[in-house]
Structure formats: structure tokens, C-alpha cells
Design a protein around this ligand. Structure first.
Ligand code: ATP
Length: 415
């Protein structure tokens, strides 16, 4: 079940908004509505946010992002369409029902922090819980935990005015975390911060997200931020979602000229990651294989190196053809594994860093998860094609047999 599901969600401002919805259904455009004194802020938005994902809504000023998020948190009532949160339809809820959703299901982080200036950092972090009537002892404890999570452990007794902008936004984040809701809505939450602090906050959000698995609906007008954070990105223009997909899909297959123009300036080396460009290796060899079998496999695939990976996908290292040929000549039974020769990168390593590694060494780039298991490999040819749009190698996750034009680099055979 999606955490948030919107279908045909529409918001028209002005007198007799339903008339605007009818006009839209009959094919009228935004300008025609405008002439009638109606603003179509969000038109027919249909999307699904899965539990535990970061879903970014991205668009320029006036495209309808804030209106959309305000409908999701119940501050605005949709003019048409349906919206469910955790499977519960919220468009027709009573005021009390809406309050309940707002307090228990979603929490919100705002651009301008919205901290109460005369309350301490700890009290601010606990504020949502106070509204909910949680006991003082419990809310203090949860606020303290949340402040710890965002790196403000010792700051509970300070006043917001004693903190920097970045720290204040951390308090905003801590408040949402302390509330303990599964869904967090973030409206331009990092837009008021300096670029460096902003990047730090993005990193922290990604880290928290991987630990806590919150569902996050994140609004931004910054494409690089959208691409960096979003598991899924919806691009809005003039009230409509013009494209929705992964960052990579939007970069590689822009649905309209507008999106293409928009993404033209994106720094692909910062947006694309090892996880998005990796492929499955065509071949690897098990640690218990003999040098003779390994050598045969290498010759078959015309590769000068091969990853040594056990059945549970633990990466043991690399074998080089010369060493294996020596081992065969000497009648050795053991594979000459060089465990340090593999370049291990995590799935979220940025393309820029991958280039750096690839330039420094001939060894294969193995994408390894936190548990040390192989997720994929990155042949040089993939690395280069990832740089230009419309050249998605179309090969992610499948056997990857046609990565063979760079067999020197790609370990051959099937996992
Ligand atoms: N309460 C309102 N009454 C009338 N029009 C509104 C209202 N709120 C928003 N609008 C209009 O709806 C459109 C979308 O605005 P919205 O604030 O959702 O866009 P946005 O993408 O969030 O822009 P920004 O980043 O500038 O906040 C704009 O044309 C705006 O003027």
C-alpha cells in the first residue's frame, strides 16, 4: 500500500472553484481560468509515494508545489481528486479527522524553521508531542533522542537565537523526528541555507532516511537537490506534473522539451551514482575454483582480470590473468587472489568519484553494499556513456552480456 497516493488531485483558487474544475475537464487551459478570476494551482496530480522512499516534487516558483504539499498535510482542501494517506481517504475528512492525520501520520519541516523563539531547543523539538498531549517526561526523552540523531545532543537548553541557520533547521528536523510519524513533509526545507550547510543537511537526511526508513515528500525548486535526494522525482510546471520517474530516467529520457532544457545543466557526475549505473557482472569466479578453471574462463571471455565472489556474493578479491597462468604452470591448487586490488565502492558513490577511481587504476569497480556483498560492477564503457543523455545502457540489473566491448575491465560470466 502506498504511503501517499494522489489521483487527479486538483486545487483551484477563486470564487466557485468547481466551475474551474469543469472548465479544465472541458479542455480549458490555465490562462482561460485566470481570465475568469480562477487560479488552477494544481491540476490533475496523480502520483504514488511508496513507504520508505524520498519522493521529491520539483518545480519553479508558482508551479504548484506548495499547494500540493499543503493538500497532503491537510492545510488545504482539494477542489477535486482523491488523496489517501496510509490507505485512508483524507479528502472528505471532518476537521477532527484531519487534525488526527496531521498529528499522527505526517509531520512537516518548513523552510523558515518555524521555531518558537522563547522556547528552548529541547522544547521546540518536543513541540509536536506537546500538542498531542504527550507527558512531559516522555516528550523530553523523545526530543532529546531526536536532537541526538541530528547532531544537536548538547543543545537542548539553548534558545534558537543562539544557533546558526543550519542548526536551527536541524531543530526543525528533530521536531519532525520526535513526532515519530512515518511520513515527513519537507517544504523547501534546505532552501534558506548556505550551499555547504545545505549539502551537509542533504547528507544527513539521506543518512537518517537509510537508518529510519521514513517516507519523505520533499519539495524543492533546486534540480540538483531533487536529483540528489529523490528516489523518485516529479517535475511540475504550471500546476501539472510533467514527468515523474527516477533521477536517472528524468536525466536520460526527458519527457518534454521543458524537462530536457531543465536538466541540460545538471552536473551528471554529481547526480548519478554507482547504484544507478552499475551492471551485473557477466562472469565471476568462486573462491574454491582451481586456477585451471579460472584461467579457462578468463580466456573464454578474453578478460585479464576476474572478480572472486562466493555464492553469498561476498567479494574476496581479484585474480589477474598473468598470476593465474603462473599458478597453472606451477600446478598450484589455490587461486592467486589479490584482495586489495578490487576497487570497492558503495551504491551511492557519485559518478565523479568513480571517474577518479577509474583513472587511478585498471582494477574493476565493484559496487559493494554495507554488508560487503556484491551489488554490481561498473565497466568503463558504462561510466562514459552515463555522462551523456539518451544513452542509457539499458542494461541495469540484467545479465549484461553486451558490456563485453570492454572486456578488459568487466569481469566476465554470470553471477
Ligand atoms: N491562497 C491562494 N489564493 C490564490 N492563489 C494562490 C493561493 N496560493 C497559491 N496560489 C497560486 O497558485 C499558484 C501555485 O502556487 P504555489 O505557491 O503552490 O507554487 P510553488 O511552486 O510552491 O511556488 P513557490 O516556490 O513560489 O512557493 C500560483 O500561481 C499562486 O499564485
Amino acid at each position: 500500500m502506498p504511503a501517499i497516493e494522489a489521483s487527479g488531485l486538483t486545487k483551484v483558487f477563486g470564487r466557485r472553484p468547481q466551475r474551474g474544475v469543469r472548465m479544465l475537464r472541458e479542455g480549458a487551459d490555465r490562462e482561460q481560468l485566470q481570465r475568469e478570476g480562477l487560479t488552477a494551482a494544481v491540476i490533475d496530480a496523480t502520483f504514488e509515494v511508496k513507504p520508505g522512499e524520498i519522493f521529491v516534487v520539483m518545480g519553479l516558483s508558482g508551479s504548484g508545489k506548495s499547494t500540493l504539499i499543503r493538500m497532503v498535510n491537510g492545510l488545504l482542501e482539494p477542489t477535486a481528486g482523491s488523496l489517501t494517506i496510509d490507505g485512508q481517504e483524507v479528502t472528505n475528512l471532518s476537521d477532527a479527522g484531519l487534525r488526527d492525520v496531521r498529528r499522527n501520520k505526517v509531520s512537516m519541516v518548513f523552510q523558515h524553521f518555524a521555531l518558537l523563539p522563547h522556547r528552548t531547543v529541547g522544547e521546540n523539538a518536543a513541540y509536536a508531542l506537546e500538542l498531542r498531549g504527550v507527558s512531559r517526561a516522555e516528550r523530553e526523552q523523545r526530543a532529546q533522542e531526536a536532537l541526538g540523531m541530528v547532531g544537536l545532543g548538547g543543545w537542548g537548553d539553548s534558545l534558537p537565537s543562539q544557533l546558526s541557520g543550519g542548526m536551527r533547521q536541524r531543530v526543525g528536523l528533530a521536531r519532525a523526528l520526535a513526532a515519530g510519524t512515518d511520513i515527513m513533509l519537507m517544504d523547501e526545507a534546505f532552501s534558506a541555507l548556505d550551499p555547504l550547510i545545505r549539502k551537509e543537511m542533504q547528507d544527513q537526511l539521506l543518512e537518517l532516511q537509510s537508518e529510519l526508513g521514513k517516507t519523505i515528500l520533499f519539495i524543492t525548486h533546486d534540480l540538483n537537490e531533487a536529483m540528489r535526494l529523490g528516489d523518485h522525482v516529479a517535475m511540475m510546471r504550471d500546476g501539472r506534473i510533467v514527468q515523474s520517474g527516477t533521477a536517472e530516467q528524468i536525466l536520460n529520457e526527458p519527457a518534454t522539451d521543458y524537462v530536457a532544457q531543465f536538466v541540460a545543466d545538471v552536473d551528471r557526475t554529481k547526480v548519478l551514482t554507482a547504484g544507478t549505473v552499475m551492471e551485473r557482472p557477466v562472469a565471476v569466479v568462486g573462491p574454491d575454483s582451481g586456477p585451471r578453471a579460472a584461467h579457462k574462463l578468463m580466456r573464454e571471455h578474453q578478460v585479464s582480470s576476474l572478480l572472486v565472489v562466493s555464492r553469498d556474493r561476498t567479494v574476496h578479491g581479484l585474480i589477474w590473468e598473468d598470476d593465474v597462468a603462473d599458478a597453472v604452470r606451477q600446478g598450484s591448487e589455490a587461486l592467486p587472489i589479490k584482495s586489495d586490488d578490487v576497487i570497492r565502492v558503495s551504491p551511492d558513490t557519485a559518478l565523479a568519484e568513480l571517474f577518479h577511481h577509474a583513472a587511478a587504476s585498471r582494477a574493476p569497480l565493484a559496487v559493494v553494499n554495507q554488508a560487503g556483498r556484491l551489488e554490481g560492477i561498473i565497466p568503463r564503457v558504462t561510466l562514459l556513456s552515463a555522462l551523456s543523455p539518451h544513452q542509457s545502457n539499458g542494461n541495469h540489473g540484467d545479465a549484461g552480456a553486451d558490456s563485453g566491448d570492454d572486456t578488459r575491465f568487466a569481469p566476465a560470466g554470470a553471477l
